[in-house]
Design a protein. Structure first.
Length: 257
């Protein structure tokens, strides 16, 4: 749901992963908290945010999920309207979903409806264990089978399960990956994350914000770390990749822009 002009002053970044919709999942608990999160993102220079609520295929269908999402969005838009918030106060909002991987995802046509609106891009949450070759192959087949471009959510979380070679295989097959902003703020994880970026592991960044307290958005701090420690060309590629992804829904890999 694009609600304002992306090109507004200082709206540099795209938050590719958030849980801002009120009472939709384990994210924001109210419209008031959602608005606080949106205001915080906009103050950090975020011009567009993907609202990627959790979707678990064993719990509901895409149709049921979208009905719930529409109801949550309506409440949020009503609250935004009551406060008369404009483009200088909150980012553009794009509906999407964080879809939990399931066997058969590469042939599931209904899942296409959960792509980021206006695109064929789907944020996928991978299993939190060691991935088999079959899992990786299925992700690689999604675009050919159902015309969906998967992006792997918070890819840094899967490294603890010794999935590094599997992640490298996904990237080699043109699959984009997303890092969470908080991974740049913890010293131990920061070192590992920056090292992976230098190897070409990063395409987009998301706050993965769930609230305004212990899981608040930290996009500006993350980009400051990146700008301080990496080449300007890498920073520019991340920013431009996210912009192209949101505005066109295609050619979103860094080497395509």
């Amino acid at each position: 749901m694009e609600n304002n002009t992306f090109g507004c002053v200082s709206a540099r970044f795209v938050d590719f992963h958030s849980h801002i919709l009120p009472q939709m999942d384990d994210g924001s608990g109210s419209s008031e908290e959602s608005i606080q999160m949106l205001k915080s993102l906009r103050a950090q220079g975020v011009g567009a945010v993907v609202m990627a609520s959790h979707f678990y295929p064993h719990e509901e269908s895409p149709v049921e999920f979208k009905a719930r999402r529409d109801a949550c969005l309506a409440r949020l838009l009503s609250a935004i309207s009551e406060e008369n918030l404009g483009s200088d106060e909150i980012p553009n909002m794009y509906l999407g979903a964080e879809v939990a991987y399931f066997s058969g995802i590469s042939g599931c046509e209904p899942i296409r409806s959960l792509c980021i609106e206006g695109t064929n891009i789907l944020l996928v949450e991978m299993p939190f264990d060691r991935w088999s070759n079959a899992v990786v192959d299925e992700i690689c087949q999604m675009e050919n089978r159902i015309d969906v471009k998967p992006v792997i959510a918070h890819v840094e979380r899967y490294l603890v399960f010794k999935n590094k070679s599997q992640i490298a295989k996904l990237i080699a097959n043109g699959i984009a990956v997303q890092f969470n902003a908080n991974s740049f703020l913890r010293i131990g994880m920061r070192r590992k994350t920056l090292k992976l970026i230098k190897k070409g592991y990063l395409n987009v960044i998301g706050s993965d914000c769930h609230n305004i307290t212990n899981r608040a958005p930290h996009m500006a701090e993350a980009f400051q770390v990146i700008e301080d420690r990496l080449e300007e060309s890498i920073v520019s590629a991340i920013v431009e990749t996210s912009r192209v992804l949101i505005s066109k829904g295609k050619n979103f890999l860094a080497n395509d822009t």
